[in-house]
Design a binder for this molecule. Structure first.
Ligand SMILES: *[C@@H]1O[C@H](CO)[C@@H](O)[C@H](O)[C@H]1NC(C)=O
Ligand SMILES: *[C@@H]1O[C@H](CO)[C@@H](O)[C@H](O)[C@H]1NC(C)=O
Ligand SMILES: *[C@@H]1O[C@H](CO)[C@@H](O)[C@H](O)[C@H]1NC(C)=O
Ligand SMILES: *[C@@H]1O[C@H](CO)[C@@H](O)[C@H](O)[C@H]1NC(C)=O
Length: 425
């Protein structure tokens, strides 16, 4: 019954369809990034031609995404209205191939995020909608696996369902974690390696002004094949918002929060901590990067009301001993452990937040940077505390439940008894 109502409401809202066909031109197949070992990113800019602003109540990803060749799909909104045109390879590694304005203005504001195994249909909560400004430009970025057959063409279609009227709240998307090309290194043969990233309080203080509080209704956490667990915490461990354990690379589904939605205000700080296992890697450590064989640590928070010009809240580790991050060694367990401990004790992080972050192609650095020192964290200790907390919590809940059941039983028994004796309630 519920399903039927849903289908009717969806077909009712079909009024506008944006369809995107990304075809792999054969010339791209001949270039280096498409060698069989590496995955690649393709981008396509789409000009919206609507005369009014649109508010979406949901979207579907119609095809392509279930083929197994697509690793992730992101839709960005460009921050300028300029007639930009681009269709081809993209991502930081290919930044030099893209017009710099496309890179700079169209690769920060993510509005839709999908990764392998995720839901193909998505509805925003009632009273909310994702705004698309009239005649804005959208950049569709698709990460393909190297498994894709040569000269294979995949048409990816996104279908949008606009609302008839302006919703009460506008939806925003905030990207957390770290950049794909940030220094991340996982020594081989280790069971658990942690990698913390932060959305610093300075950023939240700067963007959530006048006691603004945002409501998080959904989140997609994203990492690659070595990731085993991803945690999002508020205020340095005191409030755990999600614990994706185990994290499954082939099943990266959006997590929906229940009402009342978790809130974020200007006094908060967020930590997104990714855990990895390199137990099956013996010869080489794993670097951060775009390829499925490299690692990442990211999360996309869907929230309302939207905060303008706040699409990113990222951090990058700044290692004093960066030379440790290299694979030119004879790996032993002892060496792996030593390097893991050295990297995990890093306390310096660069903060990157806001909208005007971009990559300077000539000196290979990010603009807009602020260095933060974080206090060292003992993750083992925290998980111990967490477990103890949970066991006390569960024991208490179980006891309360048991007592209630016994109490109810006694009361009902008494009531039934008085009923059978002809008494009144
Ligand atoms: C791909 O297609 C082009 C022309 O459409 C053709 O010349 C080329 O041989 C094809 N490559 C493969 C690997 O099939
Ligand atoms: C902000 O959130 C924290 C909990 O994370 C809460 O203790 C605090 O009262 C909130 N502050 C405001 C101004 O809402
Ligand atoms: C790179 O360029 C930026 C300005 O675009 C500058 O702030 C930064 O210091 C430069 N870094 C290096 C290492 O030259
Ligand atoms: C990028 O870095 C170079 C070298 O540091 C600098 O000369 C240039 O101005 C920077 N570009 C921008 C857009 O800041």
């Amino acid at each position: 019954m519920f399903l039927r109502i849903h289908i009717i409401s969806v077909s009712f809202f079909i009024g506008y369809v944006l369809s995107e066909d990304i075809l792999l031109p054969s010339f791209i197949m001949d270039t280096q990034p498409l060698s069989a070992q590496s995955s690649f990113y393709l981008c396509h800019l789409h000009q919206l031609k609507n005369s009014n602003d649109l508010f979406l109540q949901g979207y579907n990803i119609i095809n392509g995404a279930h083929t197994g060749h697509v690793h992730h799909l992101l839709l960005y909104e460009c921050s300028i209205k300029d007639n930009l045109i681009y269709s081809g390879l993209c991502g930081i590694y290919n930044a030099r191939l893209m017009p710099s304005s496309v890179y700079r203005y169209c690769q920060t504001r993510i509005i839709i995020a999908w990764a392998r195994g995720g839901q193909l249909n998505y509805d925003y909560p009632i009273k909310t909608g994702l705004k698309m400004i009239s005649s804005t430009q959208l950049l569709l970025e698709v990460h393909f696996e190297p498994s894709i057959p040569h000269n294979h063409s995949i048409g990816i279609q996104l279908r949008f369902y606009p609302l008839n009227e302006k919703p009460q709240y506008e939806v925003g998307v905030l990207t957390l974690g770290t950049l794909a090309n940030s220094p991340l290194f996982l020594p081989p043969s280790l069971n658990t390696i942690s990698f913390p990233t932060y959305c610093f309080n300075d950023c939240l203080k700067g963007f959530l002004k006048n006691n603004l509080v945002i409501n998080m209704f959904s989140i997609l956490v994203h990492a690659h094949q070595r990731a085993t667990r991803i945690i999002l915490e508020k205020n340095n461990n005191f409030d755990r918002l999600i614990d994706q354990n185990p994290f499954k690379f082939h099943q990266q589904e959006m997590i929906y929060f229940h009402k009342p939605y978790p809130q974020i205000n200007s006094t908060n700080e967020l930590s997104l901590i990714c855990y990895y296992s390199t137990q099956n890697d013996h010869l080489k450590g794993i670097y951060g990067g775009y390829d499925s064989n490299n690692e990442m640590c990211q999360a996309f928070i869907y929230y309302y009301p939207k905060v303008e010009s706040f699409p990113l809240c990222l951090s990058l580790p700044v290692y004093k001993n960066k030379h440790l991050m290299n694979n030119k060694r004879n790996w032993t367990n002892k060496l792996s452990l030593f390097i893991k401990d050295e990297l995990e004790s890093n306390i310096n992080h660069l903060s990157l937040c806001g909208d005007n972050i971009y990559f300077n192609q000539s000196n290979k650095t990010m603009l807009q940077t602020k260095l933060y020192q974080r206090s060292m964290k003992n993750f083992k200790q925290y998980s111990y505390v967490y477990l103890r907390f949970s066991s006390i919590f569960y024991t208490t809940i179980t006891s309360i439940l048991l007592i209630s059941i016994i109490y109810c039983y006694l009361i009902i028994n008494k009531c039934l008894h008085s009923f059978s004796n002809g008494g009144t309630l």
